[in-house]
Each structure stands twice: as C-alpha cells, then as structure tokens.
Design a protein around this ligand. Structure first.
Ligand code: HEC
Ligand code: HEC
Ligand code: HEC
Ligand code: HEC
Length: 374
C-alpha cells in the first residue's frame, strides 16, 4: 500500500513536471502584474515622470530608487506600479480617515488590494501574521507593497538583476528543500534521501515546480544537483506512512469506527480507557489512507512554513526579531529587530519593534512593521 501510494505520488509529480516543462505556446510569457516592467535604461526625465505624482505626497524619501548609486535611474512606478500622474490636491492633508480629498487622490495613485481588511488599508505597516495572504493577493498589489517579492521581482528588478533572482528562487532560503527532505525521510513519508520537495509559487500564488534548466547527468546527480523540486502536497491528502501499533501501554481505546472529521465523538459513547500498565493486545486500527488519517509531519511542515516563513512570505511582524518583508527585501531591507549592538550593530539604537526612521512624511514613525529606511 505504501509503495503503491508512493508510486502514485511520483506519477502525479511527473505529470505536473511534464505539464510545466511543455513549451509555452503563447509568444510572450504573461506578466505577473499589469504595470510595465522596469527598463534597464531610460533618461532621467523619463524616470522622473514616473515619480512626479507620487512625490507630491511622498515629498521626501531616503533613497528615491532604493539604490545608493545615482547611476541607477528608475522612477517609483518602475518598481511599485501605480499611477504617477495623480497628484495631491493643493491644501489637502492626511489627517486620518476624514481626509476625503487626500484619500481619493491616494487611492487613485495606489494599487488597491483584494483584501483591504487583512492589510488594514490604508495603513501601510506590514500586517501581523499574514500567513498565505501574499499568495491570495493580486500580483499588482504584491508589486505595489513590495516590488522585490519573488512573485513580481522579475518585473521590478529583472531587467538588471535576473541572474540574482533566479539564484535566489532556487536558494534553500526560499525552497526550504533540506528541511522538507529531512522531515519527509525521517518520518517515513517519502523514501528518498535527496530532496524532492521545495517551496515555490507562481506570480498568482499557486504552488510551482522548480525545474533545473540544465538536465543533470548521473555525475551531477551524485554531487547532489537536482532535476526539479515539487510543491509540498496538500496536508489533508497525505496518509500516514507508519502502521505502528499504539505506542504506549494503556491509553485510550479506539473503537472500530473512525471519528468523522470535525465530529470527534460520532457514536456519542464515552471514550474508554485501557487499564494503565496492561499491555495492549489489539492492533491499532490506524492504517494508511483509512479513516481520514493524515501524516501529521506534513501538517507540521505546513504550519512551520506559515509560522516561521522563508523568503516567499513576510516575517510574522508580531514581535522583535520577526519584522521583515518577503523576497529580496527579506534580507536587503533592514527592519529594527534587536537592541543589542553586538547583534545589530548600527541598527541597535533604533529599537526592536520595527519602527521606521524614514524621511518619508507619509509613513507613521510610531507603528511597528515598517522598514528602517527606503
Ligand atoms: C495623495 C497622496 C499620495 C499619493 C499621490 C501617493 N501616495 Fe503612497 N502613500 C500615501 C500615504 C499617506 C501612505 C501611508 C498610509 C499609512 O500608512 O497610513 C502611502 C503609502 C504608500 C506605500 C506603502 C503601502 C503599503 O501598504 O505598504 C507605497 C508603496 C506607496 N505609498 C507608494 C506610492 C507610489 C509608488 C505612488 C505614486 C504612483 C504613491 N504612493 C502616491 C499617500 C500618497
Ligand atoms: C528599486 C525599486 C524601488 C523604487 C524605484 C522605489 N521603491 Fe519604494 N519600495 C521598494 C521596496 C522593495 C519596498 C518594500 C520594502 C519592504 O517591504 O520592506 C518599498 C517600500 C516603499 C514604501 C513603504 C515604506 C514603509 O515603511 O511601509 C513606500 C512609501 C515607498 N516604497 C515609496 C516609494 C516612492 C515614493 C518611490 C519613488 C520616489 C519609490 N518607493 C521607489 C522598492 C522601490
Ligand atoms: C535599472 C536597473 C536596476 C533595477 C531595475 C534594479 N536594480 Fe538593483 N542594482 C542596479 C545596479 C546597477 C546595482 C549596482 C550598484 C553599485 O554597484 O553601486 C544594483 C545593486 C543592487 C543591490 C546591491 C546593493 C548595493 O548597495 O550594492 C541590491 C540588493 C539591489 N540592487 C536590489 C534590487 C532590487 C530588489 C530591485 C527590484 C525591486 C532592483 N535592485 C532593481 C540596478 C538595478
Ligand atoms: C537570504 C538573504 C538574501 C536574499 C533573500 C537576497 N539577498 Fe542579495 N545578498 C545577500 C547577501 C548576504 C549579500 C552579500 C554577499 C556578499 O557580500 O558576498 C547579497 C548581495 C547582493 C548583491 C550584490 C552582489 C554582488 O555581486 O556584489 C545584489 C545585487 C543582490 N544581493 C541582489 C539581490 C536580489 C535582486 C535579491 C532578490 C531576488 C536578493 N539579493 C535576495 C543576501 C540576500
């Protein structure tokens, strides 16, 4: 049964792999978001035109292009998208929800989220524990709040940094392949000692297979170079791999009918207890694929992926040490996370609760969940 299941799983994987590997019939790969990608080269005047409206409200910033080097010439919408022709009306100021004229202009210039309540729109702080929210959002909005998110980085950064993006997506920091491989092998879920699973998503937030552009030969395989990494199967579809009897002596007696999902005591009977110390004489009736039993490690990997996310998701932004964004910004955009100069050097003095020091007047200096600087 186990082998049969593994075979079915691999078959399913290879079908997915095959579908992904087929040549794309459309002449151009569809873009993740609808704003034009940032160009490699443009004049300063062209770039300024893509910032002009934004800067009527974002009157100051730390580095307008997020790059220290003035040779990098890009405007706000090259990275963020949005409408740079919208300007703040003279005299309109931002004083909270009552500033209708101001907010109307802001909403026109900004990209609207699908889930404003979850993002606490218009507040721009990273929401706490956003879990899969980025996967459910529209790529245009993902690009607006974080152009360096991997779902959209090809458009905002790809013209100049494509090789870095490709390497970053395949990095363990993004795929978590080693952790997933260890958990799957050690718990008997998959029979392989090399990694088969890894985290990756399409721009639309669907699970994606990572395919090595070079088909590794045997020598490369021996050195650990992988042909592909498949998405983690949905936890509710993975039966347990073990058929062990109840571990400990005594304990609860499981009757022959399995509880319904979400109806733990379907028969209405009291749960019987074995006498402690007496050996079990029954074989556990827990078997692969029966009674909606699932492989718990898969659920745990899924929970870890959300509670302690890697580069595809934001940090949990709920406590010191966990303030960060997703994608390239996970590492390259600093947040105030630690007050100890030994750990965070020059950033220690900015505290540990994710508050900003940005020159941008629109950004709250007291809210948690903002980058240290732009
Ligand atoms: C009418 C004023 C106004 C205009 C025009 C405007 N913004 Fe904003 N923007 C704001 C304010 C105010 C905030 C902060 C809201 C808050 O945190 O309460 C903000 C926040 C943001 C954020 C953070 C959003 C988030 O949820 O993380 C980004 C990114 C941004 N603006 C980019 C732009 C870009 C790019 C443009 C031009 C296309 C632009 N803005 C035009 C007023 C404006
Ligand atoms: C190289 C691409 C790039 C350009 C150009 C760029 N930004 Fe950003 N910006 C980013 C990234 C990446 C982030 C996300 C940081 C994060 O999520 O922590 C960001 C974040 C922001 C934020 C949110 C800050 C906060 O504390 O919540 C605002 C506001 C913003 N940008 C405004 C602008 C404006 C205005 C311009 C033009 C003057 C601009 N950006 C140009 C990449 C860029
Ligand atoms: C128009 C081209 C261009 C675009 C678009 C662009 N970059 Fe860059 N970036 C550069 C160049 C050129 C350098 C090297 C600058 C230097 O060496 O001084 C650089 C350097 C960097 C560095 C290294 C920082 C440093 O100080 O050396 C990071 C990180 C980076 N870019 C991230 C991004 C991200 C993330 C995006 C997209 C949100 C992006 N860049 C978009 C051209 C670009
Ligand atoms: C897991 C953390 C992490 C992530 C995610 C990350 N970087 Fe980096 N990046 C680094 C570190 C660390 C360095 C410095 C490496 C060094 O000095 O040898 C670096 C260096 C760079 C440089 C300078 C490279 C050079 O040759 O000097 C660029 C450009 C850059 N990163 C761009 C990006 C872009 C674009 C992304 C997103 C696609 C990204 N990084 C994602 C950690 C990260």
């Amino acid at each position: 049964m186990k082998r049969l299941f593994t075979a079915a799983f691999l078959l399913a994987c290879s079908i997915v792999g095959l579908a992904e590997a087929l040549p794309d019939k459309s002449p151009v790969t569809p873009l993740a978001s609808t704003s034009a990608p940032a160009p490699k080269k443009q004049t300063q005047a062209d770039a300024d035109g893509k910032s002009v409206g934004c800067m009527t409200c974002h009157t100051a910033s730390d580095r307008h292009t997020m790059h220290a080097n003035p040779a990098v010439i890009i405007g706000c919408t090259d990275c963020h998208g949005g409408d740079a022709s919208v300007r703040k009306q003279a005299g309109a100021e931002y004083e909270g929800a009552s500033s209708a004229v101001y907010l109307a202009a802001m909403n026109k210039a900004h990209v609207a989220p699908k889930f404003p309540r979850d993002w606490h729109t218009p507040a721009s702080a990273n929401p706490q524990r956003s879990y899969t929210l980025l996967n459910r959002e529209h790529p245009d909005f993902v690009r607006f709040i974080n152009p360096s998110d991997y779902r959209v980085a090809r458009e905002a950064c790809g013209a100049c940094h494509l090789p870095v993006i490709q390497a970053a997506e395949r990095s363990l920091m993004a795929t978590g392949a080693m952790f997933w491989a260890g958990a799957a092998y050690n718990n008997g879920i998959l029979p392989f000692k090399h990694a088969v699973l890894g985290e990756s998503y399409t721009a639309q937030g669907e699970p994606a297979t990572i395919i090595n552009p070079v088909k590794p030969d045997e020598a490369m395989m021996l050195k650990g170079i992988l042909p592909n990494l498949f998405p983690l199967p949905a936890w509710q579809t993975m039966p347990p791999a073990d058929v062990f009897r109840v571990f400990e002596r005594g304990g609860r007696v499981i009757n022959s009918q399995f509880p319904e999902v979400a109806l733990p005591n379907g028969t209405g009977k009291l749960q019987l207890l074995d006498e402690p110390g007496r050996p079990d004489f029954r074989q556990s009736n827990r078997g692969p694929g029966t009674g909606s039993r699932i492989a718990i490690p898969i659920l745990n990997i899924t929970k870890t992926r959300l509670n302690d996310p890697m580069m595809w998701f934001m940090g949990t932004n709920d406590q010191p040490g966990d303030y960060r964004s997703s994608g390239c910004a996970s590492c390259h955009v600093v947040y105030a996370n630690d007050r100890d100069p030994l750990h965070s050097g020059p950033y220690a003095k900015f505290g540990n609760d994710g508050r900003t020091q940005t020159a941008d007047p629109t950004i709250s200096k007291t809210q948690s969940g903002h980058a240290h600087k732009h």
